[in-house]
Design a protein around this ligand. Structure first.
Ligand SMILES: Nc1ncnc2c1ncn2[C@@H]1O[C@H](COP(=O)(O)OP(=O)(O)OP(=O)(O)O)[C@@H](O)[C@H]1O
Ligand SMILES: Nc1nc2c(c(=O)[nH]1)N[C@H]1C(S)=C(S)[C@@H](COP(=O)(O)O)O[C@H]1N2
Length: 178
C-alpha cells in the first residue's frame, strides 16, 4: 500500500508556542483535512513563534526535507507588527497564487468585517503548495473549505501526488481529462 501523504501543519503563535495557551489551530487544520481527504495522509506538525527566520525554516524543512505536497499555516497574517507569516511565506516561495488569499478573504467577509485585515497568501516552493490561514481557530474550516476544491489539481500541476477528496465533504475540481 502507498505511504500516507505527508501534510505540513504549521501553527504560528507566540503564546501557543510558549505554552501560554493550548494550540487549537493545528488540531483544527487536521480535523478539516480528516473531513475532506480520502487519500491516506499524515500530519507533519510544527509550532513556532511569530519570528520570520523560524517560520521560514519550518516551511523550508517541510517542503524540502519532509517533501510535503501541501503545507497549511495558521496565524500571524494580520497587520500587527509581529504578524510576519505572509512575508515568511513569500520569502520561501518561488511563485505566488493570489487567488487563494482573494477567495479566503471574500468568504471570511461574510462572517466578519475584519476579514480584510488578513494578509494571508499562498504560493509554491518546488513541489509544495503553501497556504496561509488566519489564527482564529474558527477561520480554519471556513477558509480551507473554500479553497480546497482547487488544491488537488494545483498539486497535480506542480508534480505532487494525486489527492482524492470525500465528495460528501468537498468536490475537487479537475478539468476534463486531468
Ligand atoms: N494557535 C492558536 N490556538 C488557539 N487560539 C489561537 C491560536 N492562534 C490564535 N488564536 C486566537 O486568535 C486570536 C488572533 O490570532 P493572532 O494570530 O492574531 O494571535 P496573536 O494575538 O498575534 O497572539 P499569538 O501569536 O500569541 O497567538 C488570538 O488572540 C487567540 O485568541
Ligand atoms: N474567517 C475568518 N477570517 C478572519 C477572522 C475570523 O475571525 N474569521 N479574523 C480576522 C482578523 S480579526 C484578523 S486580525 C486577521 C488576521 O488574523 P491572524 O493575525 O490571526 O492571522 O484575520 C481575519 N480573518
Amino acid at each position: 500500500m502507498a505511504e500516507p501523504v505527508p501534510i505540513g501543519v504549521v501553527t504560528v503563535s507566540d503564546r501557543a508556542s510558549r505554552g501560554l495557551y493550548e494550540d487549537r489551530g493545528g488540531p483544527a487544520i487536521e480535523a478539516e483535512l480528516r473531513r475532506i481527504l480520502a487519500t491516506p495522509w499524515r500530519p507533519v506538525r510544527r509550532l513556532v513563534p511569530d519570528e520570520r527566520p523560524l517560520i521560514e525554516a519550518a516551511l523550508r524543512e517541510l517542503a524540502d526535507a519532509e517533501a510535503c505536497p501541501l503545507i497549511v499555516t495558521t496565524g500571524g497574517t494580520g497587520p500587527a507588527p509581529r504578524d510576519v507569516t505572509p512575508e515568511a511565506t513569500e520569502a520561501v516561495c518561488e511563485r505566488m497564487l493570489p487567488g487563494f488569499g482573494e477567495l479566503m478573504r471574500a468568504v471570511s467577509l461574510r462572517s466578519v468585517p475584519t476579514a480584510i485585515l488578513s494578509r494571508q497568501v499562498a504560493g509554491t516552493r518546488g513541489r509544495s503548495l503553501i497556504v496561509n490561514l488566519p489564527g482564529k481557530p474558527s477561520a480554519i474550516a471556513e477558509c480551507l473549505g473554500a479553497v480546497f476544491p482547487a488544491i488537488p489539481y494545483c498539486i497535480d500541476l506542480i508534480g505532487g501526488p494525486r489527492l482524492e477528496t470525500d465528495p460528501a465533504a468537498c468536490v475537487a475540481f479537475r478539468p476534463k481529462g486531468a
